[in-house]
Design a protein around this ligand. Structure first.
Ligand SMILES: O=C(O)CCC(=O)C(=O)O
Length: 292
């Protein structure tokens, strides 16, 4: 797993709040334009995510699905439902071909420019990260719990620091249609604003996921939540500090295929108010907000 894409250690995850209100991310409708506009940038800073609808061509997403089926076949899972014996199967996101087309989609690159800043992020010719494929199942998958993604490895764990070294964004690439029943990723809206004050005392070193999530007030996970639902080809671009979780059970009919790479930013962001990028502005706002 690469440093820009690894999830934090699992034991740190905090149980989901049953009372959380759910907002359907599809409310905004299907995207017509290709770059994020000023309203979406404002939403990103405030809520911690923006959905880029139709970012990846649906035909490209369909070929990506084929490649993911081939990748999980090595673990004995095929289109034959009799092989769907586990609720989740993870594979590294395949490289090349359709994944290069998906990862270099112009709508995404222009959104990275808008959210991180031109020339500041790693121009990866692919998607990267891992693909947790979730199958229709009532079984607890074992990897559910609130967390933020770590960005760099320290003694086998993924850590994050307040400047978000090595991570500009968390991207959720939907390669299958994902509805409310299909175990969508759940994000706590505005939760990214709670993390800067938690991470700041740890300075450049940062802290482990276990440490950072254990310091978040439980009320943060009881905020209104949004589910990463939509059509194959939609991509959610999330602030690196968004608190999110996998969900279960999967009561839909088809496997949910989603990749969750980090968008690499080598040095992270300035946090003194001088950095104009929306990612940095949200970190700066979080330092000034009692949201922990
Ligand atoms: O599968 C999902 O919905 C999210 C998984 C996740 O957040 C992770 O593996 O870090």
């Amino acid at each position: 797993m690469t440093t820009q894409s690894g999830p934090l250690a699992r034991p740190a995850r905090v149980a989901a709040c049953a009372g959380a209100r759910i907002l359907d991310a599809r409310c905004g409708g299907v995207r017509q334009t290709r770059a994020v506009d000023s309203r979406e940038i404002e939403q990103f800073e405030r809520d911690g995510y923006v959905a880029v609808r139709g970012a990846v061509d649906p035909d490209v997403a369909a070929v990506c699905r084929e490649a993911i089926w081939e990748a999980i076949a090595w673990q004995g899972v095929t289109r034959d439902r009799a092989t769907w014996t586990r609720p989740v199967v993870r594979v590294p996101c395949p490289e090349g071909g359709p994944f290069e087309a998906a990862g270099t989609a112009s709508a995404l690159w222009s959104a990275y420019d808008a959210l991180i800043g031109p020339g500041r992020w790693g121009r990866r010719r692919g998607v990267g990260g891992s693909v947790p494929v979730r199958f229709p199942s009532e079984e607890y998958p074992g990897d559910v719990g609130w967390h933020i993604e770590g960005s760099y490895e320290v003694n086998g764990e993924y850590w994050a620091n307040v400047r978000s070294r090595a991570r500009g964004l968390l991207a959720l690439f939907l390669f299958s249609d994902v509805g409310e029943d299909d175990a969508p990723t759940r994000m706590a809206i505005g939760s990214h604003l709670a993390m800067p004050r938690i991470l700041e005392p740890a300075g450049e070193t940062g802290m482990s996921g276990e440490e950072s999530i254990s310091r978040v007030r439980p009320s943060v996970m009881c905020r209104t939540v949004v589910h990463a639902t939509g059509r194959a080809g939609d991509v959610f671009l999330c602030h690196p500090f968004i608190v999110h979780t996998a969900t279960w059970p999967h009561r839909g009919t088809t496997p949910r295929m989603m990749a969750q790479p980090g968008i690499y930013v080598e040095d992270g962001f300035a946090i003194d108010g001088s950095d104009p990028s929306p990612v940095a502005r949200a970190i700066f706002a979080g330092l000034d907000t009692d949201a922990t």
